[in-house]
Design a protein around this ligand. Structure first.
Ligand code: ZN
Length: 296
């Protein structure tokens, strides 16, 4: 007797395998994920994937190693749906309930998605009229254990946008304005011939003055940068506070939100899956120390 696959379980599992194969077919392996050596040889197949063996460290790996697939037993449809919810800014509780995940897993997934987005959030160049504004955001130690700090400083978040709608938003320093950090994170992207339009901050005005070399022209206000402080404040409120160590990653999502770029969740998922934009759970915990050293 033929069994009816009423829940399409069989079909779904086939689709999963097909998507997986399709996605990894063209993935280029450049080095051993364990020791980064470029000396490796083909070493049979593993679950339908070409497997390799490193000649230096002896470890085997495949085209799916160090990607979402190799660590997650969840289905790709769950990931795509999760990315979609993330972009819609649904709460972690909502995502967990809808997709049958634990809250902890939902937390890590959110950070994986944000980490992937962060790679694409830096434009190549800012040119023409470049509008710059800042917002001070009080430090937030949400989720950190054993916090003994009693004084909370402000984090300087700077947004710069040009006439081509290229935009960058980065936390640049803690407590005080820090010019070297501004230069390293924002200013290097600004074209020499660009005209800087500062919005109500004396430090940014000084940067503009030096850059524009006494050249003064009438420029129409940029809607996003003009209301940057208010939009960001409102946007962050929905998360009930974002820990400062993760702020930079959330800002990458904020950029997608304000530029209203068309977002294809499947594309994002693909990027997360195999463009080396994958972050291991272990590294999410390490972000704390990293961001502390970045934020002076
Ligand atoms: Zn190796």
């Amino acid at each position: 007797m033929i069994k009816t696959d009423t829940n399409f379980n069989l079909l779904n599992s086939h689709i999963t395998t097909l998507i997986k194969k399709d996605m990894y077919l063209n993935r280029i392996i450049e080095k051993c994920p364990n020791c980064e050596s470029k000396h490796y040889i083909k070493y049979g197949l593993f679950k339908g994937f070409q497997r390799y063996k490193c000649k230096e460290c002896g470890k085997t790996f495949s085209k799916a190693t160090s990607s979402l697939w190799s660590y997650s037993k969840k289905k790709p449809t769950q990931w795509v749906k999760f990315t979609e919810y993330g972009l819609e800014r649904k709460s972690l509780r909502f995502c967990a309930e809808k997709l049958g995940l634990s809250l902890v897993t939902a937390f890590y997934w959110r950070h994986k998605v944000l980490h992937g987005l962060n790679y694409d959030s830096v434009p190549e160049k800012l040119s023409g009229d470049v509008h710059i504004a800042k917002k001070l955001i009080p430090e937030n130690f949400k989720g950190s254990k054993n916090i003994t700090i009693t004084v909370r400083h402000n984090i300087w978040v700077v947004a710069a946008k040009d006439c081509e709608d290229s935009i960058i938003i980065k936390p640049i320093s803690r407590c005080h304005w820090h010019l070297p950090s501004f230069n390293k994170k924002i200013y290097y992207l600004i074209d020499e011939k660009a005209y800087i339009v500062p919005y109500g901050d004396r430090y940014i005005s000084l940067v503009a003055k030096a850059h524009n070399k006494k050249h003064i022209k009438e420029v129409k206000n940029d809607k996003i940068i003009w209301s940057f402080q208010i939009i960001l404040e409102k946007w962050l409120k929905k998360y009930h506070g974002v820990a400062s160590k993760y702020l930079e990653k959330y800002l990458a999502l904020f950029i997608l939100y304000i530029t209203k770029k068309e977002i294809n969740c499947m594309e994002i998922f693909k990027k997360l899956s195999f463009e080396n934009k994958f972050i291991k759970i272990l590294d999410i915990g390490r972000l704390k120390t990293q961001s502390n050293s970045v934020l002076l």
